[in-house]
Design a protein around this ligand. Structure first.
Ligand code: NI
Length: 397
């Protein structure tokens, strides 16, 4: 193997990666609209030696393979590439030029880090003991892109033995790495409910089956699922995030009310139990109010769970990248991410990497994901790239 110095970004490569990140940040694109982003990725990969872009029937996203000098494990590295419908409050040198769209989750950071890792892996490909698949995934924000790539045949020709993903964490000190087993993200159901009632004039409520009263009763009843159906030591949420009716007339009750909600949990059994209760309550409470309800599942995503075996590899990669002193333990959350679909296909590991303050004396604000003033501390950018590189090397040992 080459000198370890060769397996990290050279200083000139670090500045190139930062420039790429800033270019991506200036031109954020929404889920499944990442055309310019995909073009940029293709053109950067096109300048590297030994990188083969797979010919897949996809509109956005890029999947490529670097062939190593010796045979061995195929390791997948995945970065998400999409942005959010948020108007940016500028905080740094690069500001969104796409009004109302913003990289408010740092997927520009992930994309640039993976391009950086690709650069180093391509430069050292003769020394690689196996191949590497680079997965630039569209539409993570609507948790649809992972399945989109799988359904497009991303794994038909090359099927990874394992895959690594990463998300920046602005609430964690820059450069700290979470490399441990357990649940990282929740699995979820997104669901829509339509309650059909019967309208009448407000002065004659006896002629109505008011779906608004029914919807309010349902929302209140759903709150009992967590407190009375879920074991206190399990993690789950049940939410209604939107209620709408179509009333354009004053003093008139409506026919229909639409609700949107989600159920999230770490354990799939807990998620299914909570969702089963949502279905039962919707049907029975609607009936109790003389209404009819239709519940449809819009989307489902499995949880992101790191096995002990993959966590051991990830920890060795993290030690090689930042040293034992910068590895921290952080409990999982009930956010959601469609990396869970990739984990259904192959073993994998999902890192959290600190992208916040440099140390305790740093007073810079790093607002959370999806905040209009969100930004990453790009001192962590080369660390992100180097961590992905080390993950490949450790997994191929
Ligand atoms: Ni994100």
């Amino acid at each position: 193997m080459n000198n370890t110095y060769d397996w990290v970004l050279y200083p000139n490569e670090e500045s190139a990666v930062l420039k790429i990140k800033e270019a991506l940040h200036r031109h954020p694109e929404l889920s499944f609209e990442e055309h310019r982003t995909s073009e940029l990725i293709r053109s950067v990969l096109g300048r590297m030696d030994g990188v083969k872009i797979l010919d897949l029937p996809i509109d956005t996203g890029v999947v490529a393979v670097i062939r190593g000098g010796a045979s061995g494990k195929l390791v997948g590295l995945r970065a998400d590439i999409d942005a959010l419908p948020i108007r940016e409050v500028p905080t740094g040198p690069a500001v969104s030029q796409n009004d109302g769209v913003m990289h408010a989750c740092g997927h520009d950071f992930h994309t640039a880090a993976l391009l950086g890792a690709a650069q180093v892996l391509s430069r050292n490909r003769a020394e690689l003991r196996g191949n590497v698949m680079l997965i630039f995934q569209p539409a993570e924000e609507i948790t649809a892109g992972a399945r989109y790539l799988l359904e497009a045949g991303m794994y038909n020709e090359y099927r990874p033995d394992c895959v690594f993903g990463m998300h920046n964490r602005p609430d964690i000190q820059a450069g700290k790495v979470v490399a441990e087993a357990g649940y990282r993200m929740a699995g979820k159901y997104n669901y829509n409910i339509c309650i059909h009632g019967k309208s009448s004039h407000s002065g004659s409520p006896q002629d109505s089956h008011d779906p608004i009263v029914c919807a309010c009763a349902l929302v209140t009843a759903l709150q009992s699922i967590i407190s009375r159906n879920i074991r206190p030591l399990d993690s789950a949420t049940v939410g209604i995030e939107s209620i709408q009716s179509n009333n354009e007339m004053k003093h008139q009750m409506v026919d229909d009310v639409w609700l949107e909600g989600s159920v999230r949990a770490h354990d799939d059994k807990v998620r299914d139990l909570a969702f089963g209760r949502v279905c039962e309550m919707t049907e029975q409470i609607a009936a109790a109010y003389g209404c009819e309800a239709e519940l449809t599942v819009e989307d489902t995503v499995p949880a992101t769970y790191n096995t002990q075996e993959m966590a051991d590899i990830a920890k060795r990669a993290a030690i090689a990248t930042v040293g034992e002193q910068d590895i921290i333990s952080v409990p999982g959350g009930l956010g959601c991410e469609d990396f869970g679909w990739l984990l259904k296909e192959t073993p994998g590991y999902y890192y959290w990497l600190g992208s916040g303050r440099v140390d305790d004396t740093d007073e810079t604000e790093y607002p959370g994901w999806h905040d209009p003033a969100f930004h990453t501390n790009d001192a962590a950018l080369p660390i992100a790239a180097n961590l992905l590189i080390q993950s490949v090397l450790e997994a191929q040992k």
